[in-house]
Design a protein around this ligand. Structure first.
Ligand code: AHG
Ligand code: MN
Ligand code: MN
Length: 300
C-alpha cells in the first residue's frame, strides 16, 4: 500500500471528507503526487489544495524563500473516476507579495488578475496540458513514447459564438430565474442564431471547458438553493479557468462581475461561474440582469 492507500480500484470512495465533499483515493493520490513534485522543485513556497483545509508550507530552506504560490485542484471531476470519463487537474500560479521570511495566507488570497500562469491537464482520449502565462493559450499533447508534452494546439482561441450550453439541468428547479430563462432561450427554435443549442454536460469542469474552448460554448455553474454561493472554488477552479478562457478570447463572470476581479477571502471560497464564448456569456448575463431588475422593481 502506498501513501494514498491505493491498493485496489482507484476511484473507490475513501473514508475522508473535505469541505463537505467525499474524497476518493485518486483525489488523495493526485494531491500527494503534485505536492511531492512541488516540494522537489525550488520555486514554490506554499500550496493551496482543494484537498487540504489549510495552506501547505513547503518549509525546506530553499522552498521557504521561493517566489511562487501554487493553487491546485489535483483531480477535477472525481465523480467520473469509476466510470472512465475524462478527469483533469487545474492549477494556478501567483507571485508572493511578502519579501522576507515565510510567505503567509495573504500571499495566497490574491485576486485572479494577479495570476502569473494558470492551466489544466485533461486525462482524456489523449493527455493534454493547456496553459497561459497571460500571453495567449497553448495546448500540448503528451507523446507517451517520449514522455514529453508536444505543442499541438498553438494559440488556442475560443469561438465568439458557440452552440453548446453546459449546465447540470437536474438542478433546474433550484436555479435563479435568470438561469432558467437563459436555458429556455437556448432551447427555443431560431434560425438566425442557430437555436436550439446543443446541451453537453460531462460533470468534469476541465472536460466541459476544454470541449467548449475548442468548439465554442458556455459552461454555467450558478448559485442554487442548496449551494447559495455556487459550488465551484474561486481559487483553484474559477480563477484559473477564467484566466485561460479570457486569454483565449472568451469571457468569465459570476453572472454580473468579472471572475478575475472578485475579492478572495479564503482559499475554499466558492463562486457562481458563467464562462465560455463571449456572445453566449453576455447573453446569459443579460438574463441575470433582467432577473435582478425585476426583483428590484418587485421590492419597490
Ligand atoms: P471536483 O471533482 O474537483 O470536486 O470538482 C467537481 C466539480 C466540477 O468538475 C464539475 O463541473 C462539477 O463539480 C459538477 O458538479 P455537479 O455534479 O453538482 O453538477
Ligand atoms: Mn474540481
Ligand atoms: Mn478535485
Amino acid at each position: 500500500m502506498n501513501k494514498a492507500g491505493l491498493t485496489d480500484m482507484p476511484g473507490q470512495a475513501g473514508s475522508t471528507n473535505i469541505q463537505g465533499e467525499n474524497q476518493q483515493k485518486l483525489d488523495i493520490y493526485a494531491d500527494h503526487q503534485f505536492i511531492a513534485a512541488l516540494k522537489c522543485g525550488v520555486e514554490c513556497c506554499i500550496v493551496a489544495s482543494e484537498e487540504h483545509e489549510d495552506i501547505i508550507r513547503l518549509d525546506t530552506d530553499i522552498s521557504t524563500n521561493a517566489k511562487y504560490i501554487v493553487a491546485i485542484d489535483p483531480l477535477d471531476g472525481s465523480s467520473n473516476i469509476d466510470v472512465n470519463v475524462p478527469v483533469g487537474t487545474i492549477f494556478s500560479i501567483y507571485r508572493r507579495n511578502s519579501i522576507h521570511g515565510p510567505a503567509n495566507l495573504a500571499d495566497v488570497l490574491q485576486k485572479g488578475t494577479e495570476q502569473v500562469a494558470a492551466g489544466y491537464i485533461i486525462y482524456g482520449s489523449s493527455t493534454m496540458l493547456v496553459y497561459t502565462t497571460g500571453n495567449g493559450v497553448n495546448g500540448f499533447t503528451l507523446d507517451p513514447s517520449i514522455g514529453e508534452f508536444c505543442l499541438s494546439h498553438p494559440n488556442m482561441r475560443i469561438p465568439a459564438k458557440g452552440l453548446i450550453y453546459s449546465i447540470n439541468e437536474g438542478n433546474y428547479v433550484h436555479f435563479p430565474q435568470g438561469v432558467k430563462d437563459y436555458i429556455k432561450y437556448c432551447q427555443v427554435e431560431d434560425d438566425t442564431t442557430q437555436r436550439p443549442y446543443t446541451s453537453r454536460y460531462i460533470d468534469s469542469m476541465v472536460a466541459d471547458i476544454h470541449r467548449n474552448l475548442i468548439k465554442g460554448g458556455i459552461f454555467i455553474y450558478p448559485v442554487t438553493s442548496s449551494a447559495p454561493q455556487g459550488k465551484l472554488r474561486l481559487v483553484y477552479e474559477c480563477n484559473p479557468m477564467a484566466f485561460i478562457i479570457e486569454q483565449a478570447g472568451g469571457r468569465a463572470t459570476n453572472g454580473f462581475e468579472r471572475i478575475l476581479t472578485l475579492d478572495v477571502n479564503n482559499i475554499h471560497e466558492r463562486s457562481p461561474i458563467f464562462i465560455g464564448s463571449t456572445d453566449m456569456v453576455k447573453a446569459a448575463e443579460s438574463f441575470m440582469q433582467k432577473q435582478y431588475e425585476n426583483e428590484r422593481i418587485g421590492q419597490n
